[in-house]
Design a protein around this ligand. Structure first.
Ligand code: GRF
Length: 195
């Protein structure tokens, strides 16, 4: 039997996608192991969740480094020590630089809360809500040097009802994310994308 694919989750926020990925692993729906959670926010809630699941964390302060290449080199070192095969971005609020892109070419994916190429960048849920669109959704894509520009892997729609609040939309989007991300990661693992 092939060993479980070793993944790192990069996150700066609450970590609900990390938890959904762990839940899918525990339910036997995802042949993976999250071996490292990487965060640039020492107080991020995702770090508490990682500890609760017994997953090692790598926390760094970007301000302590001269530039992005310097901190990304440290991250790459930590990823290699843990033999990470694929990087899962889940609310990591930084553009990935050449150091990480070259070290993990084609093996970094991101989840974005809109139907790309609409509503790139920050607060995609708020952008869609303010625009008054009737359908938005979730996109999973490969990561390149741009902001939310990499090749699209999977998308799912979320309808916006006239009575919905922004908070309701966020809940609906997250529900879709928590299903689509583990499913898509499993599809990529089956295809051999991370190995
Ligand atoms: C998700 O909505 C994801 O689409 C975006 O950042 C958010 C992370 O949420 N990139 P969480 O920390 O997984 O709860």
């Amino acid at each position: 039997m092939k060993a479980k694919t070793k993944l790192a989750v990069f996150a700066s926020g609450t970590g609900s996608n990390f938890v959904a990925i762990q839940a899918a692993i525990e339910q036997g729906e995802l042949d993976a192991e999250v071996v490292l959670v990487v965060s640039d926010q020492a107080n991020a809630l995702v770090l508490d969740k990682a500890k609760a699941f017994g997953v090692e964390t790598f926390v760094f302060d970007p301000k302590a480094f001269t530039n992005k290449a310097a901190f990304e080199s440290k991250i790459v070192e930590a990823l290699h020590i843990k033999a990470v095969e694929g990087i899962i971005l889940a609310g990591y609020m930084r553009l990935i630089g050449p150091t990480l892109l070259h070290a993990f070419e084609g093996r970094i994916i991101n989840i974005h809360p809109s139907l790309l190429p609409s509503f790139k960048g920050l607060d995609a849920i708020g952008q869609a809500f303010e625009a008054g669109v009737k359908i938005t959704g979730v996109t999973i894509h490969y990561v390149d040097a741009g902001m939310d520009t990499g090749r699209i892997i999977a998308q799912a729609c979320v309808a916006i009802d006239d009575a919905d609040t922004r908070a309701m939309l966020q809940t609906n989007i997250q529900q879709v994310e928590h299903k689509l991300y583990p499913e898509t990661i499993q599809t990529l693992i089956t295809k051999g994308d991370f190995s």
